[in-house]
Each structure stands twice: as C-alpha cells, then as structure tokens.
Design a protein around this ligand. Sequence first.
Ligand code: SAM
Length: 406
Amino acid sequence: MEFQVEIVRLDDQGRGIGYIDGKIVFVENALPQEVVRVFITKEKKKFYEAKVIERIITSMDRVIPKCIYYETCGGCNLMHLTYCKQLEYKKNKGIQILKKFAGIELKNPDMIASDEFYYRNKVVFHVKDGRLGFYQKESHQFVEIDKCLLVHPTINQLLTELKGATFLKSVEKVMIRTFQDGLKTQIVFYPQENLKEEEIIHRIKDFVTSIYVDNRCIYKNREILEKIGDRNYLVRPESFFQVNTKMTKKLYDEVKEKLEPSKDDIILDLYCGAGTIGLYIAPFVKYVYGVEIVKEAIVSAKKNQEINRTKNIEFYVGDTKTILEKFHLQANKVIVDPPRSGLDQKTKEYLLKLQPHRIIYVSCNPVTLARDIKDLEPKYQFETITFVDMFPNTDHIESVCLLKLI
Ligand SMILES: C[S@@+](CC[C@H](N)C(=O)[O-])C[C@H]1O[C@@H](n2cnc3c(N)ncnc32)[C@H](O)[C@@H]1O
C-alpha cells in the first residue's frame, strides 16, 4: 500500500512521524516539514511503519549523508539531519521525556556539542566469509565496510590493512580500540576456529600496540594507556571505557562542576567501571568509594589508582545494592553512572536513607533517568541537567543531572 504523508515531528528513535487517516505512521529517514510518498512495511492495530519511495517536499534541514553505507549498515540514524538540528532534536527529546515521566519543565538546558565525525575510539566489526562489516539493524543482512565515518582514522587504516587477510575466514568478530589520538591501538580477534597467530602478528604488528585472541594477549601490551585531563587510565579490551574520548573529558568536567567538590567531601562513585570518574575527582575531595560489578574493571581501577598515585580512593566489586547494604558505605555526595536500565529499587532506597547533599546522575537513557528522579522525589529536588552529545549522527543522548537534598 502506498500513501502520501506529511511528517510532523521526529520520534525517540529519529523516525519521522505522520498520520494516515488519523493512525500514526513511523517513517525512517523522513524529516518534519517533508511530504513523502511511502509504502507500508508493517501494519499494527495502533500504528504503521513505512519506507520512503519519493520525497515530494524536502526539509531545509536535510543534508546528503556523507557515508555511503548510511542507508544500509544501520549504525547511524540521524546523518541526514544537519548537526545543529541533531543537537536541537536531542535536547527536545530530553526535555519531552523529563516532562512526560518526571513532570519537570526544562527551560533551554545546556547541550555540549561534539566533533561530528571520527569521534569513536572503539568499534566491533562482524566478519562474514573473511570480510569485515556490520549487520543491518534487526536483520541478518551483512554489509561489508571499507570505512566508517564515526571511528577514529587509525581504525579505518587498520581496516584497510586487514582487507583480504585469509585468517579472517576463521574469525567471527574483531574489536578495535585506539587511544592517545590514534597512537595506541588494541585489536581483539574472536575466533570461530583455531587461528594462525604468527600470520596475524606478521600482518598487522606495525599498526597496533596489542593483539588479543579472545582474552589472551598474543602480542605486546596487555593494556593501553589513555589520558583524560591529567589522569592516566589503563584500559583492557574487556573494560568499559567511554567511546568518545574528547567528550569524556567534557562529561567528567560537567560531573565535577555539579559536584562542587570540597576537601571535606566523601564521595560514592556507583557503577564506577575502571574507576575513571572517581579518580578524576579524587584530588579535590577527602575520600572516594567506587563500586562496580565487573571484576576485571575493578582490577583495572586498582591499577589506575596505582599509576595515578591516588591514596584517597577504595574500590568494591559487586552489585551496587548488595555492596551498599553489606558495607554500609557512607558519603555526603554521590555520583551514579548506571547502565541503560537505570537504578534498581534497593539502591534508590539506600540513597533515600543515606541522604547525601547531592546526587550527580550520569545517564545514557532519559526514560530511566526520569523514572529514578521521580522515585527519589520524596527527598530530592531536581536542580539542573546538561546534555552531552557523546554519539553524533545517532539518536542516543547522554546527560549529567544534579539532584539536591530537600
Ligand atoms: C555506563 S557504565 C559507567 C562506567 C564508568 N562510570 C565510566 O565513566 O567509564 C556503567 C557501569 O556499571 C556497571 N554495572 C552494571 N550493573 C551494575 C550493578 N548492578 N552494580 C554495579 N555496577 C554495575 C557496568 O559494568 C559498567 O561498568
């Protein structure tokens, strides 16, 4: 079925929204003010999904996507929108979600912009028949990639070096991470069958600082070093590390600013990963306790403590709610940086009992952020939020929010 639709706004996933006889239709790659002819790809009781056949009126905010794989690889979904409008869209998305789920009326919150391209320090390529690429979103369709415009140029150079390598036929996935602006590079091969390791080393040793097969380092350094501000961080392949290195400093500075650290402060850094935020603010406070569920991340956190010669920080490994209950950790300010699922009920109950003066909430999901603000409402008042664009050309938003004890 084909229809003509006027797009009125974008949804939370960056899809255009229009109406066909009063029923909502979600259209990929369509922008507000555009009139498009579409065909229906999915019909449900309450909505349609559709694809564009022809654009009859084109938005002034549309740009030609720079990436030749944009329509097929499924990694980005906002590259057809000017970067300025992407920022506006993300800010509005945050504003609407916080209003809808937490009743918060935001007036023009800050949004910190990023480099639009080549910002990612990490990528995982899938391998099919020895070729590197990505699978289309929610599909088994493989797209071979020669260059990705989101990743650091060093990763693209390595992609070129790997092209045609016969050992890739025995590999399922390849992870590449590059730090210190492309000078240090880690590559991990996840094999399907035995690999000829000498062949791998011989082919790429001049382009990398470490080579792993699964979790075994077969060439040079086990970890690579990255700097955020004046702090050094050792990163292992399995450690969580923010993917946009330049913006990570801005994100952590935002956390520091909202924390207003003082030498009397005792801080809880919950969901601390490799201790990166805690170590960043430790020089400005009395003591920091970091809590993280992944054992290997805490091994890295302790090493990071050592290399930064930081004495006033201590790490606990385990589920946040269990560790808080078991050790009765005390603090007058708390930083939380949870995964997309947000804070669990027990952790929120602990915070409501602990009553720190400030909670700094770093969030990658505004919906769970809004839910958690609401749950903390009996004791906490929302003060301010800053959006930080860690992922240009995609609909993801990251934010740093300040809650104050009432
Ligand atoms: C968004 S990352 C933040 C990491 C760190 N703050 C940073 O900036 O690099 C979330 C972290 O929470 C950890 N995590 C997930 N569930 C957890 C839980 N229930 N208790 C403790 N840590 C958890 C993950 O392993 C991950 O390291």
